[in-house]
Design a binder for this molecule. Sequence first.
Ligand SMILES: Cc1cc2nc3c(=O)[nH]c(=O)nc-3n(C[C@H](O)[C@H](O)[C@H](O)COP(=O)(O)O)c2cc1C
Length: 201
Amino acid sequence: MPRHLERILCLDDFEREARRRLPRPLFGYVASVAEDGITARSSHEAFDNYAFLPRALINVSSVSTETELFGRRYAYPFGIAPMGISALTAYRGDQVLAQAASDSGIPMIVSGTSLIPMEELSGAKGSDWFQAYLPGTPEEIDALLARVEQAGFNNLVVTVDYAVPPNPENHRRAGFSSPLRPSLRLAWDGVVRPRWLFGLF
Ligand SMILES: Cc1cc2nc3c(=O)[nH]c(=O)nc-3n(C[C@H](O)[C@H](O)[C@H](O)COP(=O)(O)O)c2cc1C
């Protein structure tokens, strides 16, 4: 295990580590929440309603976390949701996620706004799930779907989004824009986070 992962003892520790490693706008893009965090808070509360029920004195010799989804067996009943522009947060980030998911036997959904061509993210060491934002005309949709199929993806996730763009207050606060706008602040953020800077470039 890489040394920096030895400091990760629970899921929240990832956030602390990411804050140290990423320039402020990128950390803000990944971690900050929209519109006062109301939806994020209620999601957390909804998950808090689930709990493990420990049972003692039963035979656990053949317990399995495996599950089947669309005809394929996965090691765990969860996967990695699509996240755009992951290659800005880590060197070839989408590929890192696809490979890690493949190694761990869980699904990873390649984002339609990945910065890496989809053909490089599919295959045995990659993912067979692709997320699309459908373009505006049937011809463009057909062309996209043909490319997705040709690239070897078996599962398509279609994202339907808001009819109007959300208020990006969280992005503005963090100084995030896509593409990232060069600024003194961003340059300084890179200088004080050399691991991110050199990893990326
Ligand atoms: C930084 C970030 C980038 C995301 N990028 C995408 C994307 O490219 N495509 C997509 O369909 N969903 C995208 N999502 C939505 C996530 O896949 C997921 O559906 C959403 O975050 C809700 O799950 P959560 O409550 O576990 O965060 C993104 C979410 C975040 C936080």
